[in-house]
Design a protein around this ligand. Structure first.
Ligand code: G
Ligand code: G
Ligand code: MN
Length: 522
């Protein structure tokens, strides 16, 4: 038990490691790759911002040049305002244009010549003599505009228009700055001023803690663009993904471990339960009558073990027989069956002294040295003739080993008959069965069920019967459920039959009653 548990633990750990390691490795790689990517991505975005800034500069220069060409004595007459509206319409990055004298915009594309706007003092003057105001209120008091003035020409840019593309990158901050002043002109997100370094380099990238910074500078205008990729939030995405993946890995690991532990527990405790069930007498025998097809008289029975606790079936033999085989304790069950048979047989023999018993044994029983001895014991104690005992071996167990041949030889020397059970469901050829010098062949219910179905299997049934007769093997057909099947088998020359059509497996009491009735009817 403890050994199994530690084995289970090791397997469970192995499963966790097997799942956890690749996940962790994948995340490590993703993280490394994401650092490289952060750099090139930030640089690329800074480039985009700069191109946008330069294009704004181009439109601004063209607009202010045109406005500056207006006659200085009457810039705000109809032609002047029409020109401004025309420029406004045609420019994609300018919100409005106007003509200013000092700090007062006398006419504009938005206010015509009627409305004046006080622009306030310029905050800075660029190296190209552009006067810059960053927070001008125009029509709506809640909006702030970026206003550039060259001579009399004024161009209005919405604070964030030039940078609007970054809204698609939530972990990114971007700014346009003045190269000569080191001042931030406009920004989206938060770009600390200290990152805006003065340098002649066209571009540079650097890291600050877990932030990736990229700067590009315009060769044409007094502007540069800076992008701050806040890796913290970028990595928090990676970390979140990692967390999810690792959790999934762990959950799967734990789940698999539980399955393993559960499996191991079954594996360890079922044999224990079977052992204690054997000790407590929870096993009993049922008997399924075997009839002679010719007259449908019961001539014997297949002995079928049942595991029940005070009448309640604990587990079907289809389940516990394989479990016992895996655990290597099937021989204990076989011994129990033989013991129980000694007790049951005596009463049966009193009614029918020639009654046959067919006992199922497993492939492990065949490899026992003491099987023949156990059968001899049964013979002595029960008063049965050896020839009244049929040992049913499965097809696979007789064909696979040389040792099987030796044991079967010993068995036949005691005089018991040997039958191949479930014939046709294994892999053996009839020829290899013939070599084993068996006595009987049990045709599996699969073939019996196919009788009259005009199927391939149905035709094989005929062949098996023919070959068995050719090899002088007796035949028992099992799983007979209908009169048609019984008749068809009889007409093929099959001697014995077994199945629900005649009788189901029954307790000894019922078998005795049936046999008494048969005897009394003559
Ligand atoms: O009738 P039943 O459902 O019991 O049969 C289920 C399976 O269990 C069949 O394949 C049958 O051969 C097998 N079986 C029944 N009793 C025994 C037994 O005592 N020993 C072995 N080895 N198999 C048995
Ligand atoms: O493997 P073996 O032949 O020992 O198994 C016999 C099994 O076949 C038992 O489970 C028994 O209950 C079952 N059995 C017996 N007669 C019939 C039958 O007529 N039809 C079906 N389907 N099963 C049967
Ligand atoms: Mn059987």
């Amino acid at each position: 038990m403890t050994r199994i548990n530690s084995v289970t633990l090791v397997i469970a750990l192995g499963v966790c490691v097997a799942i956890g390691l690749p996940v962790a490795a994948a995340i490590g790689l993703a993280r490394e790759e994401s650092e490289e990517r952060a750099e090139s991505r930030a640089l690329g975005l800074a480039q985009v911002a700069l191109v946008q800034g330069e294009e704004t500069g181009n439109q601004l220069a063209a607009a202010t040049d045109a406005i500056n060409r207006l006659p200085a004595d009457r810039p705000c007459d109809r032609e002047g305002v029409d020109l401004m509206r025309q420029i406004d319409l045609e420019s994609t990055l300018l919100q409005a244009v106007g003509w200013a004298d000092g700090n007062v915009m006398r006419c504009s594309s938005i206010g015509g010549s009627e409305r004046l706007f006080d622009l306030g003092e310029p905050e800075m003057t660029s190296s190209l003599q552009a006067r810059i105001r960053r927070n001008v209120v125009l029509l709506d008091p809640s909006d702030r505009y970026f206003v550039v003035q060259r001579g009399h020409g004024v161009a209005v840019i919405h604070q964030q228009l030039a940078l609007s593309f970054v809204k698609d990158y939530p972990s990114m901050s971007v700014a346009l700055f003045s190269k000569s002043k080191g001042e931030i002109l406009m920004q989206r997100g938060d770009v600390p001023r200290r990152y805006v370094r003065s340098s002649q380099l066209p571009y540079e990238t650097f890291r600050d803690g877990n932030r990736q910074i990229a700067i590009v500078r315009s060769p044409k205008y007094d502007i540069g663009a800076i992008v701050v990729q806040s890796n913290a939030s970028f990595y928090s995405y990676v970390n979140r993904a990692a967390l999810i993946l690792i959790s999934i890995g762990l959950i799967v690991g734990v789940f698999l471990s539980l399955l393993l532990i559960d499996g191991a527990r079954r594996w360890t405790s079922w044999p224990a339960l079977i052992r204690s069930g054997l000790k407590r007498g929870e096993f009993e025998l049922h008997y399924q009558p075997v009839v002679r097809l010719e007259d449908e008289k019961i001539v014997g029975a297949e002995v079928l073990v049942r595991w029940s606790d005070r009448g309640n079936l604990r587990m079907s033999p289809d389940q516990f027989i394989p479990l016992a085989e895996d655990a290597g304790i099937i021989t204990l069950i076989t011994d129990k069956v033989l013991d129980l048979l000694v007790a049951d047989a005596q009463a049966i023999l009193k009614i029918d002294p020639k009654f046959h018993f067919a006992v199922n044994i497993s492939s492990q029983d065949i490899h026992r040295a003491d099987l023949a001895e156990r059968l001899n014991f049964l013979i002595r104690r029960s008063g049965l003739d050896a020839g009244q005992i049929v040992v049913e071996v499965t097809e696979r167990s007789v064909v696979d080993a040389e040792r099987a041949e030796a044991t079967l030889g010993l068995l036949r020397a005691t005089g018991v008959k040997v039958a191949v059970d479930d014939f046709g469901t294994g892999y053996s050829s009839l020829a290899s069965v013939a070599k084993m010098k068996l006595d009987l062949l049990k045709i599996d219910k699969l073939f019996v069920g196919a009788i009259g179905t005009n199927s391939e299997v149905g035709r094989v049934t005929n062949k098996i019967v023919d070959l068995a007769k050719h090899l002088h093997l007796g035949i028992i057909a099992e799983g007979i459920e209908t009169r048609e099947q019984a008749e068809a088998l009889r007409s093929m020359g099959v001697e014995y039959g077994q199945g629900y059509y005649f009788a189901r497996p029954m307790i000894p009491h019922d078998l005795l009653q049936k046999l008494r009735k048969q005897r009394d009817e003559g």
